[in-house]
Ligand binder design. Sequence first.
Ligand SMILES: NC(=O)c1ccc[n+]([C@@H]2O[C@H](COP(=O)([O-])OP(=O)(O)OC[C@H]3O[C@@H](n4cnc5c(N)ncnc54)[C@H](OP(=O)(O)O)[C@@H]3O)[C@@H](O)[C@H]2O)c1
Length: 239
Amino acid sequence: MNILITGASSGIGKRLAIDYLKTGHVVYCCGRDLRALNQIKERFPNLAIILNFDVCSLDSCAESFTSLKPLDLVILNAGTCEYIDARSFDAALYSRVMRVNVEGTANCLQFLIPQIKEGGSLALMGSSSSFLPLPKAEAYGASKAAIYYLAQTLRISLKPAKICVSYIAPGFVETPLTDRNDFPMPMRVDVYYASAQIQKGLEKGNWLIHFPKNFTWLLKAIGVLPARLQHFLIAKALA
Ligand SMILES: NC(=O)c1ccc[n+]([C@@H]2O[C@H](COP(=O)([O-])OP(=O)(O)OC[C@H]3O[C@@H](n4cnc5c(N)ncnc54)[C@H](OP(=O)(O)O)[C@@H]3O)[C@@H](O)[C@H]2O)c1
């Protein structure tokens, strides 16, 4: 297969890239950290293709995506996380998170959707935080809720083009992104587990790929409760 993964220089995206390369697929590995991307290229010189750019720049996306082979699978995984202190709301922080997670995804979609083969797949990296309103995640959770909506609509609108769209909603995964967190992260899994779950879900063409299930089902269950009860339980759990 020809696969393109954004955010392939670190964490979940890097593990996915390496796992697909190990099984003989051609992988376009995207990111800003050229040193990290080159390390992947050194291990898989014949299969890894490095695309070094910032997803926030539409011009860089246009330039980077000019000479791709037709794609079987696109995983738009690049993302960032910063937390908000609601009492001193930081609009610049909010904008930074939205810019990478939402606009960065849209920038990639503009050039990549036309390059996905009929029968191919597109996966958008969301988060299980999109299932519930979680304090401190006012920016991050909202960005992933936007991706959830985007993925749902694309799942419907790209069906006639025979492109299968999936939404990936992990719980906590051990990566540089979560290593920065200073709060308990229940049921945190490693990138090997995350990569295996994502690959399995994509192979089956699943709409929603969420894991670890004991954590994500709990969030989903709370998510269907009446808002007042939901908010009460969340406030209690985080107190
Ligand atoms: N870890 C978790 O618990 C968890 C849970 C749910 C969802 N997720 C999502 O999974 C995705 C990957 O996160 P991770 O945990 O693997 O974090 P990570 O190790 O920090 O990786 C983030 C990746 O995104 C890329 N990236 C960030 N900003 C970019 C930009 N402006 N342009 C291009 N690439 C950019 C980074 O590449 P460069 O630095 O090279 O640009 C890096 O490869 C994110 O979308 C995150 O929201 C993570």
